[in-house]
Structures are given as C-alpha cells and as structure tokens.
Ligand binder design. Structure first.
Ligand code: APR
Length: 250
C-alpha cells in the first residue's frame, strides 16, 4: 500500500491526532524557511537577530527585522495545507496542532487548538515588567523604550530561551496521547520542539512525515510522504474521505 494511502487510512481511524509544523508549512504561502536555499539563517545572523544578546546590542535592528517579517506574514495567505489541517481538526475527536512558526497562518486558516511553541508576532512584551502590547503595525524605534525602564521585545522564543511552560506542557501531553502524529515542514533540528515528533511514547502511534526533503525525523517516522505540504495534506484528507472546509464532525 502506498505511504499516502496507508497514512490516510490511519488518519481516518484516528481518535487523537497531534500535528507538529515548521517553516516548510508556510513555504507555499511565499514565506522563507530558515535553513533551506535562501533561508533566513543563510542571509541573516541568528545571534544578532534572534537572541537576547543581539536585542541588548541593537534593539532597533532586531525590531526592523521583525517588522519586516510581520509585514510579510500579514501579506501572505494560508495555503491549501493550512486549510486541510483546519478541516482535519473538525473531523478528529482530539486534535492538537503545535507549530514552530510565528506567522499566525494556522489561526488565519481556521485552526483553533493551536500551540505556538516559539511565540507569535501579534504582541510585544516588556523585557522588565512583562507588560504586553498588541502589535498592529511596524513598531517604531521611539516605542521600544517602556515606561518602567524596560524595553518592548517581540513575543518570540529566541535561541537559548525556554518555551512558554504551559504551551510546552500541553504539546508534550498531546503528542504523548496521540495515535497519529503528523510532522509537516520541519527539519527537526531544533529542540525541544523536534522531540515532540521523535520521542513518542505510545507504541501504537503512527508517525507520518510530510516533507519534500530528507530530514532526521524520517528515522522515527513510520510513513514518509516526500511532497510539499499544500499538495500532500489536501490529498491525505481526501483519501481519508474527509472534505476540505466541510464540518463533517463525527
Ligand atoms: N512543504 C513541506 N516541507 C517543506 C516545504 C514544503 N512546501 N518546503 C520546504 N520544506 C521543508 C524543508 O525541507 C525543511 O526540512 O521544511 C523544512 C524547514 O526547515 P527549517 O528551515 O529548519 O525550519 P524549521 O524546522 O521550522 O526550524 C525550526 O528553528 O530557526 C529556528 O525558531 C526557528 O521555528 C524555527 C526552528
């Protein structure tokens, strides 16, 4: 049986689905990945832009980069892969989507049970008092300094920082109870997120990877679909007898 057919039949019978997504999920929405050709970490220095030290050195540079990214996210549209996952959520009794992406495209596609492991760009927070502020446009340099003496920073998990504890706990619990684990568009090189796809305690769980390229996840995957997300996910749904966009709740 072809991997896609077997994966679809597992999804059709699933009672609890856990999905982990990465930058490749949004590649067909026109957003760059991090480590692919022209990836963000090939053209930008991670330690300068995505670290506390980098922010301490040059907060304006960091904000100009996140302002650019936030504008690109706002201009992008969820793709057929995002929409298929939103539809899948309506079919499966227990569904959790954990994303490493900060682009909010899963939420814009209609997914509801979404855990943003690495944060998002809808808010900024003060690095001293923790106060939050909604971001609706580019943050000006004059807005970085906060009244308490701290500085507003993007609500993103930077390298060397811990993931939000409650979000991590919910993701770890959801991946532990899942009978189907769908891993889409991640290189699997960043921990602890990758462990949500590689350290699956349930012996009967089926790990399905969707990625056109080879990754370390493949070592743990039971089924591998080497196709882009916006192609593979709608077809998986269709082959599982589920329709994109319909309620179809069981
Ligand atoms: N469909 C599915 N997968 C794709 C597609 C596509 N259309 N295009 C590319 N990919 C795959 C690539 O082959 C690669 O394996 O997506 C993966 C993207 O990997 P990375 O660029 O490493 O991104 P990601 O895994 O999300 O990075 C993890 O690292 O830099 C940090 O915080 C950042 O959340 C990010 C984390």
């Amino acid at each position: 049986m072809k991997a896609c057919d077997e994966a679809a039949s597992r999804i059709a019978r699933a009672t609890s689905v856990f999905v982990l997504t990465g930058a490749g999920m949004s590649s067909e929405s026109g957003l760059p990945t991090f480590r692919g050709a022209n990836g963000l970490w090939r053209t930008h220095r991670v330690e300068v832009l995505a670290s506390e030290a980098g922010f301490a050195d040059d907060p304006e540079l960091v904000w100009s980069w996140y302002n650019e990214r936030r504008a690109a996210h706002a201009a992008a549209e969820p793709n057929a892969g995002h929409l298929a996952l939103a539809a899948l959520e309506r079919y499966v009794p227990s569904f959790t989507l954990a994303t490493q992406n900060v682009d909010s495209l899963h939420l814009r596609a209609g997914s509801t049970n979404v855990l943003e492991l690495h944060g998002h760009l809808r808010e900024a927070r003060c690095d001293r008092c923790g106060e939050r502020r909604a971001i609706t446009g580019p943050l000006a340099s004059s807005e970085i300094a906060h009244a308490c003496g701290g500085r507003l920073r993007p609500d993103i998990v930077w390298f060397g920082e811990a993931l939000p504890a409650a979000t991590w706990r919910a993701a770890a619990q959801a991946s532990a109870r899942a009978d189907v684990v769908l891993v889409v568009g991640t290189s699997g090189v960043v921990e602890p997120a990758a462990s949500l796809a590689t350290r699956i305690p349930r012996a009967d769980a089926c790990v399905i990877e969707v990625n056109p390229d080879e990754t370390v996840i493949a070592e743990r995957a039971d089924l591998v679909i080497r196709e882009p997300a916006a192609v593979a996910l709608p077809r998986l749904l269709e082959t599982a007898g589920m329709r994109n966009g319909s309620s179809g709740a069981r």
